[in-house]
Design a protein around this ligand. Structure first.
Ligand SMILES: [Zn+2]
Length: 628
């Protein structure tokens, strides 16, 4: 794709306690024990200017509610106490990662404040510290060339957003302060597929340290995308590597489509003055047929509109699958004014607004058939903010594409989150002393990092396939696999590997919560099979049961699926005696029929080989007795 430039920022949570206090890095399932309320005021940063992202938040007067946990969060998270010194274990992990990427570690680690005004940090800023910068050899090699690593920072995770209302946001503080490394590449990536490859390769290096958290949300990518003639976009929060290429291609499409719209705007000779006005239309829309518009007006809401001359057809133009220029306008209105959405003339007649009413609206706005309009239903003050932001965005379409911070959606589309932050966003954190890196570097003298390929090679040497080895590595089961392998003398390594990888994957797809099962319990199950106390066939059922009650006693559950010697002999007895006539007629040829009968009841509870040898022995005895 010509002129495409992509850079990645990979965020990975580290396996250690929080960055500026001693609270555990643990996410809570239960409701918070209490809530703290804050409002946010904006002051100039130490560097003197007001950041555009900060100014933008000023437009919204919101209450922030923070959920606290008495045992898992402390005064640091609620910003009632200054931060403690930076978590030394987190620094060590970050330096190890930097070394693996051949980066140059800085001499002094300084903590900086990055302004964040959406309330996701109680302090109004996020603390971040540059740990290392890329050197000549700090590159990720891909099939489409090298991608340089720019920086590695140690940062604190933001608070988890639990609920958004029109004038409040609820955050949970369990996540705030979990240490993460942020690895940023230069914008060397030239294709969507290459971006995915880079993310996967960096992800593997991170996992090879054994010091990073795993599971959903523990690693996420921000993607910086720009195309020739377009504008740089920062896309936040892509969690699935498979989604990276989709997000990038769709962003390219969005920009190309917006550029086409710009060209058409220019052909039509539209200028900024063509967009504007502010009209109340409540009396017109009171005549709408049944629907949400009518319902809102009847319940006391008002309707307001602006016009966009000669823009008919452009606002309804699709720019991403299922998203139009109108969707972009709606995002601005939602973000700046907190309205649910907008209605534009390209989607009318609809929502109970008939073509006669559309004509009446046009008449009222003093516009013609070739013109467009945008409607908002709310109170007057909200509508003013909403329609001003819509007008501003629409005027930008005359020039081109605004630089934005966008949020990745699950289907690969993106939506407007906030304007791109300015560069004056960072200033020094005065509550945290700088840390010298030399003692960490000295301690790591002579340390030989194990790279992903080293670990995968070692796994293959156990006698499993490369695919299995890679899967064990990617699923972060290396330690478990090696522990089980060393304990199990009889089980094939292939069986251990496929139980830990393909079976888990299959069950997860079926909705079984296998991630809840402690690793020690999985090891115990495999050990029972190794000792012959459990049939291989029973493993799947055992895992299903353990996912339901992860802390149950494995041996107790195994009783459901294993048959004692006595039970098996009794079962064979029963089957043989109820089929004595056939057995007498055809002798040992009755084996498979009898085996089938026994296995009906024994399948999954005892190894088929044991059943077969016991049954053969028994048949032989029957037949020879008869012969006497
Ligand atoms: Zn704390």
């Amino acid at each position: 794709m010509k002129g495409l430039k992509v850079g990645l920022e990979i965020h990975q949570r580290l396996k250690t306690h929080k960055l500026f206090c001693n609270c555990p890095s643990m996410l809570m399932e239960r409701e918070p024990d209490g809530w703290v309320m804050r409002m946010m005021g904006i002051s100039r940063s130490e560097l003197g200017s007001v950041d555009p992202a900060a100014r933008f938040e000023l437009l919204r007067q919101r209450k922030f509610l923070y959920g606290i946990y008495f045992d898992e969060t402390c005064e640091v998270e609620v910003d009632e106490s200054p931060p403690l010194e930076m978590n030394r274990e987190a620094i060590e992990i970050a330096i190890r990662i930097a070394k693996m990427l051949n980066m140059d570690v800085v001499d002094e680690i300084h903590t900086m404040r990055k302004i964040v005004v959406d309330g996701s940090n109680t302090t109004g800023f996020q603390r971040t510290a540059l740990i290392a910068i890329g050197g000549e050899d700090s590159v990720i090699r891909t099939n489409q060339g090298e991608v340089r690593i720019a920086t590695l920072c140690l940062e604190e995770e933001s608070a988890f957003i639990a609920e958004t209302g029109s004038d409040f946001v609820r955050y949970k503080l369990d996540r705030l302060g979990i240490p993460l490394v942020e690895i940023a590449t230069h914008p060397d990536i030239k294709s969507p597929e290459q971006a995915k490859e880079v993310a996967l390769r960096i992800g593997r290096i991170l996992r090879a340290t054994g010091k990073v958290m795993r599971g959903i949300g523990t690693i996420r990518q921000d993607i910086n995308v720009s195309i020739e003639g377009g504008a740089r976009q920062e896309i936040k929060g892509v969690q699935e590597p498979d989604l990276i290429p989709v997000v990038i291609s769709r962003e390219v499409d969005r920009q190309l489509n917006l550029l086409r719209i710009r060209d058409e705007i220019s052909e039509r000779g539209i200028v900024e003055e063509d967009i504007g006005g502010f009209f109340e239309l409540s009396d017109v829309l009171k005549k709408a047929e049944k629907g949400f518009v009518r319902k809102a007006i009847d319940s006391g809401e008002s309707a307001f509109a602006i016009y966009a001359r000669r823009m008919r057809g452009l606002i309804g133009r699709e720019i991403q699958p299922g998203r139009r220029l109108g969707t972009e306008l709606a995002s601005y209105a939602k973000v700046f004014a907190g309205v649910k959405g907008i209605i534009h003339s390209d989607e009318l007649p609809n929502y109970g607004i008939s073509s006669d009413l559309v004509a009446e609206i046009r008449n009222r706005l003093g516009i013609g058939e070739e013109d467009a309009f945008i409607l908002v239903i709310s109170d007057r003050k909200t509508a003013e903010i909403a329609l001003k932001s819509v007008a501003d965005r629409l005027k930008y379409a005359i020039k081109g594409i605004p630089e934005e911070t966008r949020r990745a959606l699950e289907d690969g589309n993106t939506e407007f989150m906030r304007p791109m932050p300015g560069s004056a966003r960072m200033y020094p954190e005065t509550d945290v002393l700088p840390v010298l890196s030399y003692s960490f570097l000295e301690a790591l003298e002579g340390w030989k990092p194990e790279f992903p390929e080293d670990i995968i090679g070692r796994l293959i040497s156990y006698g499993i396939s490369r695919d299995q080895a890679e899967e064990i590595f990617d699923e972060e089961k290396v330690e478990l696999f090696e522990r089980v392998s060393s304990l199990c003398k009889n089980l094939s390594k292939g069986f251990v590997a496929s139980t830990l990888t393909s079976m888990m994957k299959y069950l997860r797809r079926e909705g079984v919560k296998v991630e809840l099962i402690p690793e020690s319990k999985l090891a115990e199950v495999l050990l029972l099979v190794d000792q012959g106390a459990l049939a291989k066939e029973a493993v799947e059922s055992m895992i299903r049961d353990l996912a339901e009650s992860p802390y149950a006693d494995v041996k107790e559950i195994a009783k459901r699926y294993s048959m004692s010697q006595e039970e098996l002999e009794k079962l064979i007895d029963d089957v043989v005696s109820s089929h004595r006539d056939e057995l007498m007629k055809i002798g040992e040829k009755a084996f498979s029929m009898l085996m089938g009968e026994v296995m009906k009841k024994a399948r999954g509870r005892v190894d088929g080989r044991i059943v077969s040898s016991k049954l053969r022995e028994r048949i032989r005895k029957e037949v020879s007795q008869e012969a006497l």
